[in-house]
Unconditional design. Structure first.
Length: 319
């Protein structure tokens, strides 16, 4: 995949700061896949488990790459910028880039429902303001830096999904992305093979709340026994079925509750593979058929998230 660069001038400033260089190349996009390189793109050679991107540097150059980020000191092409680790280089450049792009970021993590929650929030907010988010589930310590490069000051807000395949990765992502707001969907045993126990999963995810600024917001699912105990310096906005939550979902038929949300506020599109169901899609569905279909594919965690988002739109973003 090729990632666009939202502000090319700022990107080049950050790149030159990291490499202590004075590179003035014209640039377009950035990619770690040589097959997606076009003229003036930046190719980042990554040593992965299945292949080594350095084997395809010549291909990227032939396809017109203007900059090659590599880890091999014997690269003699003038387009090559070398470092000990392209993973670290991307994260450091992304950190510098993020400091120069002054828009709020909402970080979303959790064991389940991250992508669906991100897509819901993106779609709702985009009705009123300009929103950018990372594509699909590009949520790793490698792909989030690439996604951050798409930010520019023309957007009002960014939503960044954050994944963690092992302990410490949410902290790493937060350190270079600097979210202003955070939402943790839930804590469960998903991907527990990479962790000692569920407590270590919780500790890893909790870094999103822990690293928020004091003037930020932590959106807390207080029905979750792990999330409800997480600490943060940020202002807390709670949601759930618990009656003490700031935004409470009604007990009973949660689907009926969702149906009461005014259509003028929310044009509903659910993206949940293998379905892509929207009331404004090409599907010829009656309202009853639509809601029945929706009930089959809509994750429970997102029922509760609706209560948060409905109030969030009205109270916190002021749109």
């Amino acid at each position: 995949m090729r990632f666009s660069i939202g502000n090319k001038k700022v990107f080049m400033q950050s790149l030159n700061e990291y490499y202590n260089s004075n590179n003035s190349s014209d640039i377009m996009n950035i990619s770690i896949d040589s097959r997606h390189i076009s003229k003036k793109d930046i190719f980042v050679a990554i040593k992965g488990n299945k292949t080594n991107g350095h084997l395809y540097i010549d291909n990227a150059i032939s396809d017109g790459a203007s900059i090659i980020m590599c880890e091999e000191k014997n690269c003699t092409d003038s387009r090559c910028l070398c470092s000990d680790s392209n993973y670290i280089a991307l994260q450091e450049i992304a950190a510098s880039y993020r400091k120069k792009i002054n828009i709020p970021i909402i970080g979303i993590t959790g064991s389940n429902g991250k992508t669906t929650t991100k897509e819901l929030l993106r779609h709702i907010l985009s009705e009123k303001i300009k929103v950018i988010s990372n594509e699909g589930n590009y949520n790793s310590t490698l792909s989030v830096p690439l996604s951050l490069f798409s930010l520019n000051d023309n957007y009002n807000i960014s939503i960044i999904e954050m994944g963690a395949s092992k302990p410490g990765e949410i902290e790493t992502i937060c350190n270079f992305s600097k979210p202003n707001m955070g939402l943790i969907t839930n804590i469960s045993n998903s991907h527990i093979s990479s962790y000692k126990n569920i407590e270590e999963i919780s500790d890893t995810k909790s870094k999103l709340f822990d690293l928020l600024p004091s003037d930020g917001y932590a959106f807390k699912n207080i029905d979750d026994p792990f999330i409800s105990k997480m600490k943060t310096k940020a202002k807390i906005v709670s949601y759930g079925f618990n009656k003490n939550a700031d935004f409470t979902m009604l007990e009973g038929d949660t689907l009926e509750t969702i149906k009461k949300i005014p259509s003028r506020k929310v044009k509903l599109i659910i993206t949940s593979p293998p379905y892509n169901i929207g009331k404004d899609s090409d599907l010829d569905l009656s309202d009853n058929e639509y809601w029945k279909m929706l009930q089959c594919v809509f994750p429970k965690i997102c029922h509760k998230t609706w209560a948060l988002l409905e109030g969030y739109l009205e109270k916190y973003i002021k749109i």
